[in-house]
Ligand binder design. Structure first.
Ligand code: NIG
Ligand code: FE
Length: 400
């Protein structure tokens, strides 16, 4: 039995009630961990004797939160698109660059050139920086291969990265990111369904489709996600990011776990998402990095949709690894409150991935915790850009 007890917690976020935005804060708290799981949570004055006689970590008044659950990343890739980024800052558009064969296609070319080990090395480095920012679980999508062999290599690299990093990796097959260069869209959809899905499904838990102008249609996405279900993969969707296509309605109709981005979502979309339990995964750092208007996070939250926030970490639209930064942008640019943004980055992310054992600090949950070098979670949006993470505990061990 390995045990660790955190004492001296000035402010503890538990998310115990499960109600969105209710952080279940306990002051002057302690958390006891036994064998990687939370064994006891409460005011330190009531800490049972058995949990006092183990290794103690005195948090000296700091704030403690559940580890961040980053429910949307594309972090297996090679190459660098800083030149394209600079061109966009000079006025070119993302869609023009993509249509001209750049953008995602530039990353696909670099990714195909890299060995699987090189891809895994890059992913491990990114996961290490994410862990240092408090992320303890990350969803990771494929999508920069666009051939069966390369999509498979990316999922293998994601699996290897998960083994080499303390961060838990949740793999998603995104073969339907964009049609491969020179391949007709309808033909590419057939390739995804007939060849890629059967080959890739054993290495993934989820299937995602980029449903947008310049990528795939709602009909394509429905076909692909229906086929994915037959291979045991749950559905998620890049929806209403660049344009409004009806992808959010599709997500609701097929019972997807999440609809992501939602920059152009409407009130009708919100009603459908709420009614079907689809989690809205909002990516404020992507809109920020694209200099485009934020998703209507306030409207979605107020409509009763369950909301998560994530980095969208990728080389094109959001080269962001830090969930504290995402929380800051969610508050300052999207209009969420600190309580909503922190909940969305922890419990919301776990719900989006349908993970019932994390995103909250209650007995039985995984002992994944972030200790801030600050007295309150409000410092996350209050001090954007500062590294506020003091220590990270993953599965009961201090890992960063
Ligand atoms: O989530 N929307 C599609 N995929 C990514 C961007 C991919 C890229 O530009 O490399 C996104 O924004
Ligand atoms: Fe994305």
């Amino acid at each position: 039995v390995t045990s660790l007890t955190l004492t001296g917690i000035g402010q503890l976020v538990t998310n115990a009630s499960g109600d969105p935005g209710d952080l279940g804060v306990i002051h002057e708290a302690a958390v006891a961990v036994v064998d990687g799981r939370i064994a006891w949570v409460g005011p330190e004055a009531r800490l049972p004797k058995e949990h006092r006689e183990v290794e103690l970590l005195d948090c000296e008044g700091r704030a403690v939160l559940p580890g961040f659950v980053d429910a949307h990343t594309h972090l297996v890739f090679a190459g660098d698109r800083s030149e394209e980024f600079a061109r966009r800052l000079r006025g070119e558009s993302y869609e023009e660059i993509l249509a001209a064969g750049g953008g995602i296609h530039a990353t696909v070319a670099a990714t195909r050139m890299a060995s699987t080990t090189e891809l895994a090395d890059g992913a491990v480095a990114r996961l290490g920086r994410m862990l240092a920012s408090g992320t303890t679980t990350a969803e990771v999508k494929s999508g920069y291969g666009l051939t069966t062999a390369d999509e498979l290599r990316i999922l293998e690299a994601a699996e290897e990265a998960g083994r080499r990093s303390p961060v838990d990796v949740v793999p998603t097959f995104l073969g339907a990111h964009v049609p491969d260069k020179g391949v007709d869209r309808a033909e590419y959809v057939d390739l995804v369904i007939d060849e890629m899905l059967p080959a890739c499904a054993p290495l993934a838990q989820w299937c995602d489709v980029f449903c947008d102008r310049g990528a795939f249609t709602v009909d394509d996405a429905r076909r692909i996600l229906t086929a994915a279900k037959d291979h045991g993969l749950g559905a998620r969707l890049h929806a209403e990011q660049l344009t409004h296509t009806g992808a959010a309605a599709l997500a609701a109709d097929i019972g997807a776990a999440s609809a992501d981005h939602l920059d152009h979502a409407t009130e009708d979309d919100a009603a459908l998402l709420r009614g079907s339990g689809v989690v809205a995964v909002l990516l404020p750092a992507a809109s920020f990095s694209m200099r485009s208007p934020q998703a209507p996070g306030r409207m979605l939250w107020d409509s009763g949709v369950k909301v998560a926030v994530a980095t969208d970490c990728n080389p094109g639209t959001s080269n962001v690894e830090s969930m504290p930064f995402v929380i800051a942008v969610a508050c300052l640019e999207m209009g969420l409150t600190p309580e909503e943004a922190v909940w969305a980055a922890t419990r919301g992310g776990a719900l989006a991935l349908r993970l019932e054992d994390r995103g909250m600090l209650v007995p039985g949950a995984l002992a994944d915790l972030v200790i801030l070098d600050a007295p309150s979670y409000t410092h996350l949006p209050y001090r954007p850009g500062s590294n506020l993470v003091w220590k990270v505990v993953k599965g009961g061990e201090v890992v960063a």
